[in-house]
Write a protein that binds this ligand. Structure first.
Ligand code: IMP
Ligand code: MG
Length: 185
């Protein structure tokens, strides 16, 4: 058999039916954009979106375009997962924003909050820059596996205890291109 690209990624669970469709995501992202724009409407400086690479990039790109307030874009790289679906339990911060964050309004943009380790490490680092405010928007919240408490200011969807891929989220680097969120296996 030919090992073409289509064979590289095995089909996702639930017979290919998404857990959250692209339509539902688009609708929810628009709502989040409105809520966030309202909250920061009176700010004197542009909001700083700090996007957690790589998984949150798809969400962030849509969220950014749903805002009706000025916003800047920064990225941080953190990894708690190796190449599989089991957390290694440790978080490495590989890259940090270099623009000044002091007295700025920061909105952290994350794809999914799982154990809470990643976001706690990033939060601590960002806080040390003394921003005016620091909030979190997460596309997905999976509370079943939480190990550390996390305050999520804006949540897209709360999901059951299943590993998910698509809309930027990956399994071993694959499936990020799927327009919806799918459970794996
Ligand atoms: P935490 O540190 O355990 O909260 O893990 C959060 C990070 O792990 C996210 O930024 C994701 O990159 C990754 N992650 C956690 N759960 C999933 C999943 O179901 N699919 C894909 N990535 C996940
Ligand atoms: Mg991530």
């Amino acid at each position: 058999m030919q090992a073409g690209l289509a064979q590289l990624a095995p089909p996702v669970g639930d017979g290919g039916k998404p857990l959250i469709s692209a339509r539902r995501i688009a609708k929810r992202v628009r709502q989040l954009g409105q809520q966030i724009s309202q909250l920061y409407a009176d700010s004197e400086q542009p909001l700083v979106l700090v996007v957690v690479l790589k998984g949150a990039t798809v969400f962030a790109a849509d969220l950014l375009r749903s805002l009706s307030i000025p916003a800047e874009l920064e990225f941080v790289r953190a990894s708690s997962y190796g190449s599989g679906s089991q957390s290694s339990g440790r978080v490495k911060l590989a890259h940090m924003v270099d623009g000044p964050l002091r007295d700025r309004d920061i909105l952290l943009v994350e794809d999914i909050v799982d154990s809470g380790r990643t976001i706690n490490v990033i939060r601590k680092e960002l806080k040390s820059h003394k921003p005016a405010s620091l909030r979190l928007v997460a596309l997905l919240d999976r509370p079943a596996r939480r190990e550390l408490p996390v305050q999520i200011d804006f949540t897209g969807f709360t999901i059951p205890d299943r590993f998910v891929v698509g809309y930027g989220l990956d399994y071993a680097g694959l499936y990020r291109e799927l327009p919806g969120v799918h459970a794996l296996g």
